[in-house]
Design a protein around this ligand. Structure first.
Ligand code: ADP
Ligand code: MG
Length: 490
């Protein structure tokens, strides 16, 4: 579809993100809220919809949702309420979901995300609490139902249709996920389904101010699938409008709920879109309104941790990291905490960031693990950087030590260094003198350039010495020795 003039069209995207709150128990029952256990072991009378049972709202879920609202500077409603959303499917034992429809807990709010080095502000329309459904498992000739997830607390975060590219959509979703992790509100584990994204996609000609009809693609569980689905859907819709200029928009893009098929890389219709009427929303009679006080909000506001966008600002302005490097660190809270811990020791944020996100990340790529999961301690990475900064090891030796730290995680780099005679820098003048003399003799032009004031020539000569010693010469000693020698050459 290369000939489609995308430049004249604007994608319009809105995301509905469902994140499971990492509370101890479920939203309306004391059953454990825990993934991965034996099917139907974390269930109670309430979450299996036994007649006569009553829901009781989980305070911890409310607290986590409110903190999210405060963190995005939204309006947190002092009075909100729950509604029943009816639907018939075996994953919902009660045949209705308890959600917040008319009066959600959170309205408005915004989130900043970094798209290829540029910050962009996105607007949230609303966020509310609701309970999750169970899970159907299909076997060869029957299906089973696992209700462990039924009743798990969800926060649904609905964006404005303010997202205009696939990259923006994934950056926005990553920023939401990262914020939830910073707040310790969700584990954000997309593989386990703790964070699922429904994406609404439409397109319009640039300059149009009204929205065209959209399709909804449900349950995306990876950022790359999200981007792929959006890119493919945008192209499909533009092509449809171009090839049917006289057909009404509504006819071309009928409302529907789709899923992304990862095999065929296309969307597949699940059902034609329900309207709110189909769900027969009505106020949940078994739950009183949720009433909060200003002082409760104040206490939670004061307790907010340093949030990702504040950290981002601090990293780019105070620590001198590039926006890209800062966002790589910040997206994953555990990586960022690791960085904080190590930097408190070595106080060299740029070098540390490079060692973490380039050097060690490269070495760990195949394992799919983070430094922490792999067992390399932040204090050891910090120590390696201190060893470099002190001139105790050169770059190539530091890299060799990093290889060994990766191969045997938990071993102190100082130990690795002192045990290996090959790692000891050549710092004694007796061995360095002749090497330096030889290099000066071989490079008369560079010597002349240096004499003429070209500092670059000096760097070149240092490089030659390093090469000749296979990186083992102590840079501090070589530097001094070389300057002395050059000074004496007429
Ligand atoms: P529904 O009730 O069908 O879920 P909402 O009004 O709650 O619809 O919107 C759901 C999501 O779809 C929101 O994120 C919203 O921004 C987005 N959205 C709504 N209309 C459009 C559109 N025409 N194009 C793209 N996204 C849209
Ligand atoms: Mg919706």
């Amino acid at each position: 579809m290369k000939d489609v003039p995308h430049a004249l069209w604007e994608p319009v995207i809105g995301l509905e993100i469902h994140a499971q709150l990492n509370t101890k128990s479920k939203l309306f029952s004391p059953a454990p809220n825990h993934f991965g256990d034996e099917p139907n072991s974390n269930i109670s009378y309430v979450c299996t919809g036994q007649p006569g049972t009553l829901p009781i709202l989980n305070k911890e879920a409310v607290r986590k949702a409110v903190q999210f609202g405060l963190a995005i500077q939204a309006k947190v409603a002092l009075t909100s309420s729950f509604d029943r959303k009816s639907y018939f499917y075996p994953d919902s034992p009660r045949n209705f979901q308890i959600t917040q429809y008319e009066h959600p807990l959170i309205r408005g709010g915004m989130i900043t995300a970094d798209i290829e080095g540029q910050s962009k502000l996105f607007h949230v329309n609303r966020a509310h609490l609701e309970d999750d459904a169970g899970m159907l498992k299909h076997f060869t000739n029957f299906a089973g139902i696992d209700y462990n997830r039924a009743g798990a607390p969800l926060i649904e975060i609905v964006s404005e249709p303010c997202i205009h590219s696939a990259k923006e959509a994934s950056a926005y979703a990553m920023a939401i996920r990262s914020l939830l992790l910073y707040l310790d509100a969700s584990d954000g584990n997309m593989e386990e389904g703790s964070l699922r994204i429904d994406v609404n996609v439409s397109v319009r000609r640039k300059g149009e101010t009204t929205l065209r009809p959209r399709v909804e693609i449900k349950n995306m569980n990876s950022f790359s699938f999200l981007e792929m689905a959006i890119t493919s859907e945008v192209s499909r819709q533009i092509a449809l409008y171009l090839s049917h200029p006289h057909t009404s928009h509504a006819e071309l893009i009928p409302p529907g709920t789709y899923r992304w098929d990862t095999e065929s890389k296309q969307i597949i219709l699940m059902r034609t879109k329900e309207s709110a009427d189909d769900y027969r929303y009505f106020p949940e009679p078994d739950l009183p309104p949720l009433i909060l006080t200003e002082s409760y909000l104040d206490v939670l506001r004061d307790a907010l941790p340093e949030l990702p966008h504040n950290r981002f600002r601090r990293y780019t302005s105070d620590l001198g990291l590039t926006p890209y490097a800062a966002s790589v660190l910040i997206n994953e809270k555990s990586t960022c905490d690791y960085f904080e811990q190590a930097n408190a020791i070595c106080m060299n944020p740029r070098s540390l960031c490079n060692w973490m996100t380039v050097e060690f990340a490269g070495r760990l790529k195949e394992t799919g693990k983070t430094l922490l999961d792999h067992g390399i301690l932040p204090q050891h990475v910090a120590k390696l950087i201190q060893m470099i900064d002190r001139g105790q090891v050169t770059g190539p030796i530091a890299k060799a030590i990093a290889d060994e730290m990766t191969a045997s995680p938990g071993v102190d780099p100082e130990m690795i260094f002192s045990k290996n005679p090959d790692y000891q820098p050549i710092g004694d003048l007796a061995s360095l003198q002749p090497i330096i003399d030889q290099i000066l003799e071989d490079n008369p032009q560079s010597v002349a350039d240096f004499k003429a004031g070209k500092e670059k020539a000096f760097a070149f000569l240092i490089g030659q010495v390093m090469k000749a010693t296979r990186g083992k010469a102590s840079p501090a000693v070589v530097n001094e020795l070389l300057r002395k020698k050059l000074f004496h050459i007429q």
